[in-house]
Ligand binder design. Structure first.
Ligand SMILES: NC(=O)c1ccc[n+]([C@@H]2O[C@H](COP(=O)([O-])OP(=O)(O)OC[C@H]3O[C@@H](n4cnc5c(N)ncnc54)[C@H](OP(=O)(O)O)[C@@H]3O)[C@@H](O)[C@H]2O)c1
Length: 279
C-alpha cells in the first residue's frame, strides 16, 4: 500500500484528494491544522494528524508520527494547505506578504525538505505541489497570491532539476477556479491586512467583497475538486509524470496564450479577465 501525506484536508481540494486517494487504496495521512478537523477526519475513517504549516515544530512532529507508522517510508507528499491574500499591491503591508509566504511557501518547503531524505533513501517519491493558474498568469488584486505561487513554481522547477535521477518526481498541479471554501477563507485575511475603506481601490474592493461573500461558483468554467484529484492521480501514478498539469479550461487557455501572445496582448486579456479589478 502506497503512502501519502496531504496538507490542508479540512475542506476543499485537500479533503477531496485525501478521500479520493484513500478510496483508490492509498494509505493517506490526511493532515489539518485544527484539532476538531483532525477528529472529524478520524471519525470518517481517515488516518489524520495535526499539521499547521505556520508551526515548524508541528510540521516535524507530524512527519515523525507518519514515519513511525510507516516504518520510515513515505511514497508521496501533496502540498496543498494555504489561503489567498487579496489586495492591490500598493495596499499590501510587509506583514500581509509575510503571512502569505509563511503559510503557502515556507511551510511547504520546510515540509518538503523534511521528506526528501526519506524519499532519497527509499529511492523513489512523488512531491506534488498544488500551484494555480495564478502561478503563471498575473491577476490584478492578487499580487501577494501571485507572488507566492510564482515563487512556488520557480522553487519547484529548481527542485525538479536537483532531484533529477534520484527517483523523486516533482510535479506542479495548476488549477483554475475550483469549488471549495477558498474564496470565503480569503475574507478574514483581507479584513485583517487591507485598510480597504481608506484605499484608493475602495470601489474595486467593495465589488470583490461582494463576490467573495457570494456562495457558489463565481467564475465561469469552475470545476469540482474531483478535477484536481484526477490530475493528482496522474502525477502520482503515471510512470513518467509531466512537470505540470493544468486543471480547468481557463488554466489551459492562459497557459497557451502566455506562450503565443505578446506581453501587451496578454496584459489586455488578463485585465479583461479581472473585470477591471472588480473580480
Ligand atoms: N479553489 C481554487 O479555485 C484554487 C485554485 C487554484 C489553486 N488552489 C489551491 O488549492 C489549495 C487548497 O485550497 P482550496 O481551494 O481547497 O481552499 P480551502 O477550501 O480554503 O482549503 C484550504 C485548506 O488549507 C488549510 N490551511 C490554511 N492555512 C493553513 C495552515 N497554516 N496550515 C495547514 N493548513 C492550512 C485550510 O485549513 P483551515 O480550514 O484550518 O483554514 C484548508 O484545509 C491552496 O493551496 C490553493 O492555493 C485553489
Amino acid at each position: 500500500m502506497k503512502s501519502i501525506l496531504v496538507t490542508g484536508c479540512s475542506t476543499g481540494i485537500g479533503a477531496c484528494v485525501a478521500r479520493g486517494l484513500s478510496a483508490q487504496g492509498w494509505r493517506v495521512f490526511a493532515t489539518a491544522r485544527k484539532p476538531e478537523d483532525v477528529e472529524r477526519l478520524q471519525a470518517e475513517g481517515l488516518e489524520s494528524l495535526l499539521l499547521d504549516l505556520n508551526d515548524s515544530a508541528c510540521i516535524h512532529a507530524a512527519v515523525d508520527a507518519v514515519l513511525a507508522q510507516t516504518g520510515g517510508r513515505l511514497d508521496a507528499l501533496f502540498n496543498n494547505g494555504g489561503f489567498g491574500q487579496v489586495g492591490a499591491v500598493e495596499d499590501l503591508t510587509r506583514d500581509a506578504l509575510r503571512e502569505q509566504f509563511e503559510t503557502n511557501l515556507f511551510g511547504w518547503i520546510e515540509l518538503t525538505n523534511r521528506v526528501i531524505p526519506v524519499m532519497r533513501q527509499q529511492g523513489h517519491g512523488r512531491i506534488v505541489m498544488n500551484s494555480s493558474v495564478l502561478g503563471y498568469a498575473a491577476f490584478a488584486y492578487r499580487g501577494a497570491y501571485n507572488a507566492v505561487k510564482f515563487a512556488l513554481e520557480g522553487l519547484s522547477d529548481t527542485l525538479r532539476h536537483e532531484l533529477y535521477g534520484s527517483g523523486i518526481h516533482v510535479v506542479l498541479v495548476e488549477p483554475g477556479p475550483i469549488v471549495s471554501r477558498f474564496r470565503e477563507n480569503c475574507v478574514p485575511h483581507f479584513e485583517k491586512h487591507i485598510d480597504w475603506r481608506n484605499s484608493i481601490h475602495r470601489a474595486q474592493y467593495e465589488s470583490q467583497l461582494a463576490r467573495l461573500n457570494t456562495p457558489g461558483p463565481a467564475a465561469p468554467f469552475t470545476l469540482p475538486a474531483e478535477a484536481v484529484l484526477e490530475k493528482v492521480m496522474l502525477a502520482l501514478e503515471s510512470p513518467s509524470p509531466r512537470a505540470r498539469y493544468q486543471v480547468t479550461l481557463p488554466a489551459q487557455l492562459f497557459w497557451w496564450l502566455k506562450r503565443f501572445l505578446s506581453i501587451r496582448a496578454m496584459d489586455w486579456v488578463l485585465m479583461r479577465a479581472s473585470g477591471g479589478g472588480k473580480r
